[in-house]
Structure formats: structure tokens, C-alpha cells
Design a protein around this ligand. Structure first.
Ligand code: ZN
Length: 196
């Protein structure tokens, strides 16, 4: 499996493309034009780390190109995809509401979904930044943490539905998991860029 990072134009959110054997999955969806060249073969679906605007705004464009692919999230994420108030896009120039709610697939906490031959993803609910936060653990080696954990940055908990205590518990849990895995955060980590 190969993993590619895209830094989007809105708030420098990160999207990722995972490819193996001529198929791809995407984690979070911002600028579709940046993602398209990285998508190898068939696009199988999208995982959403949380439904804040900067992590989802490209979804309608993407789904117009790849109709019907599933969008994996939790119940709170579903609400955010369908409310420009909850996903905060109402306060931007381009309010976003998912045009095709039927593609939403709710994944339970700890539930596994097969991505590729021999590669599963496990949903790990990591609320705090927002109740819709899911960390996606792909195989044993990759953690897509969204805004629940960005190495070198404090988790932002001043949104209307944030919970600072939950965010701390989620951070601690992600840190445990990260002993055996690489973290792919929802925005570029200042620690990574120092090392480059
Ligand atoms: Zn966020």
C-alpha cells in the first residue's frame, strides 16, 4: 500500500490517497484537482476524520466524478455532512451540504472495514475536537488522526461542540496506538516540517 499526502488550499487541511493493486481510498476531501492525479485506478471510497468544512468541502465534486462511492464516518459526522451550520461552512463563502446522503456509511466504534486485499481499516472514535472525530487505523501501521492529534500542536477544543476532557483522553489513546504506527494528521505537523 502506498500513501500520498495532499495539503489543501482551505486552512492547509490534509487529505490522503491510499493505493494498492490499482485501487484507491481517500482520507478527507478538500481540493479534488490535487487528489485526482494521485488516485490510482478505481476509487473505492472516502473516510472522513471529521466533518469540519476544511476536511469535506470537495466531496460533492468528488462524488460527481465517482458517483455512489461510500463515505465512511460516524453518526455525528453524518449530521455534519448534512448541516452547513454543524460543519461551519455556513460561515465561509461556499456553504457545503452533501448532495447525496445515501452514500454515507456509518461505521461503529472499533468496527473494521476491508479496504484492499489483506488490508482492513478500523474506526476508532476519538471525540473531543468534535464528537464526529474518528481516527482511522489502517492495517497495523497507519493512523489517520484528523484534528484529534497533530504532533506538536495542541488539540483545538474551542468549537461549540468540543470537549476538552474527551480530547485529552483521545490524545492519550492515540499516543498509545502510535507506538506501533505512523501518524498521518489532519494538518501538517510542525514537527515534521522541522525535520524536512
Ligand atoms: Zn477540525
Amino acid at each position: 500500500m502506498e500513501i500520498w499526502q495532499v495539503v489543501n488550499t482551505v486552512f492547509n487541511s490534509c487529505s490522503y490517497v491510499l493505493t494498492q493493486d490499482g485501487a484507491s481510498w481517500i482520507v478527507d476531501c478538500g481540493d479534488v484537482d490535487l487528489l485526482l492525479p494521485l488516485i490510482g485506478g478505481r476509487l473505492k471510497g472516502v473516510m472522513i476524520t471529521h466533518s469540519h468544512f476544511d476536511h469535506i468541502y470537495g466531496l460533492n465534486h468528488l462524488l460527481s466524478l465517482f458517483p455512489g462511492i461510500p463515505v465512511l464516518t460516524n453518526e455525528y459526522g453524518r449530521e455534519g455532512l448534512l448541516s452547513d451550520k454543524l460543519n461551519f461552512s455556513r460561515y465561509h463563502e461556499t456553504p457545503f451540504i452533501l448532495d447525496t446522503p445515501e452514500v454515507i456509511r456509518i461505521v461503529d466504534d472499533c468496527e473494521c472495514v476491508n479496504l484492499f486485499d489483506g488490508v482492513d481499516v478500523q474506526a476508532i472514535y476519538t471525540p473531543g475536537h468534535s464528537p464526529c472525530c474518528v481516527t482511522w487505523k489502517v492495517g497495523e501501521e497507519a493512523l489517520f488522526t484528523g484534528d484529534s492529534f497533530i504532533p506538536g500542536l495542541k488539540t483545538v477544543t474551542n468549537f461549540p461542540h468540543s470537549d476538552r476532557r474527551q480530547a485529552q483522553l483521545s490524545r492519550e489513546y492515540i499516543l498509545q496506538l502510535a507506538e506501533h504506527a505512523v501518524i498521518y494528521p489532519g494538518h501538517p505537523s510542525p514537527i515534521e516540517s522541522e525535520n524536512e
